[in-house]
Design a protein around this ligand. Structure first.
Ligand code: NAP
Length: 429
């Protein structure tokens, strides 16, 4: 008979759930408690994926199955380091896996970055996805906006800014987000990449979708597309690049329709300074690889230049890379990491599966040498004694049903409850 082990996972996003699922399949003699600081599960899917991406949000269905079969027990509203410390974990579990992701914006150290109207994309995403720990209002006063970066987050932010709020009404956006976007006077969203159009980090489906937004014209600039701008045979060119090159070329041929909003794609634009006294009034770029500088008038700047992980109390952290220091997911005896906090914030949601596979293989190989808990499996008792208002799977099912019923009344699939206390109250009722 194999050894019975109890494992805690911290972070109930896709990375944590995949890790739990792979572990319970690979080593059935395990009991898994899955903790999250938020009252609801699903991490990045609930609070990072754009509301108008139902296909990606749909991954929730398979994650739901993984949590619903009872092998992994979800506990929300539990903050690691305060409600549940590393010492508690050592007392109650043989191993812990951190899957806390990366939710902060990478820094961009240029003059003016601290001006009013200069924002991190991650904060804006958290706002439009109704994250409970972010302000309920977002200052959408700019007519012209710059979005920095050529990754999918830049596309999400640019699309949500450019879209008419009514076209988001079929999604789960909270009422405050709809009201905020509805009042936006934006007319022009300028996306700036520091490299050329052959070096974008977008993916084809997400890029194509940009050209299909209602009442938004895509504007490209011919100076960014010299003859032979895309070399199919260049090193590193993938099929995805080829598809995206065709999409960009087809947009170059398009006539503007006179739409009320425009989405401009600029390339070879390295940001050097955000201009303004107190508020953003423009942004200055260097044309990449040249001595040429130029300015663009904007009243807001969103930097979408990558996410960054946050350190956890008592867990070794690489400040430069923003990840938990680890070797193939191994952090220390009985301590593991998986997902973006293990390898950094790149890759699609499905990629965290292969990540989890590696971490779990190492954990299972280490079973003889894991931690030695004195009171295995009693963490929930500890939380209860401390008066922690934790939520659980049944609580989530209630909150889920509540959000769906809010949506049903107005013919929408769901309307998210934003407030943390309200989520906890509904879950624990
Ligand atoms: P990303 O794909 O790494 O893109 C970051 C972008 O920021 C790159 O274009 C990068 O340019 C640029 N950048 C970095 N530092 C810069 C600087 N100092 N100045 C100007 N530009 C700078 O990251 P992401 O957009 O945050 O996305 C993270 C991951 O999530 C990606 O794998 C992405 O595909 C995924 N995601 C997917 C979806 C979806 O809908 N499928 C949505 C959101 C995110 P260089 O290339 O020159 O470094």
């Amino acid at each position: 008979m194999s050894k019975q082990i109890k494992v805690a996972i911290v972070g109930a996003g896709p990375a944590g759930i995949y890790a739990g699922n792979i572990l319970s399949n690979q080593y059935p003699d395990v009991e898994i408690d899955l903790f999250d600081s938020l009252p609801a599960p699903y991490g990045l899917i609930r609070y990072g994926v754009a509301p108008d991406h139902p296909r990606i949000k749909g991954i929730v269905n398979s994650l739901h199955e993984m949590l619903n079969d009872g092998k992994i027990r979800f506990y929300g509203n539990v903050t690691f380091g305060t409600d549940l410390t590393l010492d508690d974990i050592k007392k109650h579990y043989h191993a812990v896996i951190f899957a806390t992701g990366a939710i902060k914006d990478a820094q961009l150290n240029i003059p003016g970055i601290g001006l009013d109207g200069s924002y991190g994309a991650a904060d804006f995403v958290a706002w439009y996805d109704g994250h409970p720990d972010y302000p309920r209002t977002w200052p959408l006063e700019a007519k012209q906006v710059a979005v920095l970066g050529n990754g999918n987050v830049a596309l999400d932010v640019a699309r949500v800014l450019a879209k008419h709020a009514d076209d988001l009404l079929s999604t789960d956006i909270p009422a405050n987000v709809y009201e905020g976007l509805k009042s936006s006077p934006v007319t022009d969203v300028h996306v700036f990449g520091r490299r050329g159009p052959a070096n974008i980090k977008f993916t084809p489906i997400e890029l194509r979708e940009l050209g299909e937004v209602e009442d938004v014209d895509i504007v490209l600039y011919e100076k960014d597309f010299p003859d032979g701008w895309f070399d199919e045979d260049a090193e590193g060119v993938t099929n995805q690049h080829k598809v995206m090159a065709r999409i960009l070329d087809s947009w170059r041929e398009r006539e503007l329709t006179g739409a009320s909003r425009r989405l401009h794609l600029h390339f070879y634009s390295t940001p050097v300074e955000i201009l303004g006294d107190e508020k953003v009034s423009g942004i200055k770029f260097q044309r990449t690889g040249t001595d040429e500088f130029f300015e663009q008038e904007v009243q807001a700047v969103y930097r979408a230049i990558g996410y960054f992980g946050s350190a956890l109390p008592q867990i070794p952290f690489d400040e430069k890379l923003g990840v938990i220091t680890n070797q193939g997911g191994r952090v220390a005896d009985g301590i593991y990491a998986t997902g973006w906090i293990k390898r950094g914030p790149v890759g699609l949601i499905g990629h965290t599966k292969s990540d989890a596979t590696e971490t779990i293989e190492n954990l299972v190989a280490d079973i003889p040498n894991l931690m030695d808990p004195v009171a295995p499996g009693e963490a929930i008792k500890t939380l209860t004694e401390r008066g922690v208002q934790f939520t659980d799977w049944h609580g989530w099912l209630k909150l889920n049903a509540h959000e769906q019923s809010l949506g049903e009344k107005v013919n929408r699939e769901r309307i998210k409850v934003v407030d943390r206390d309200e989520q906890v109250r509904i879950s624990r009722a």
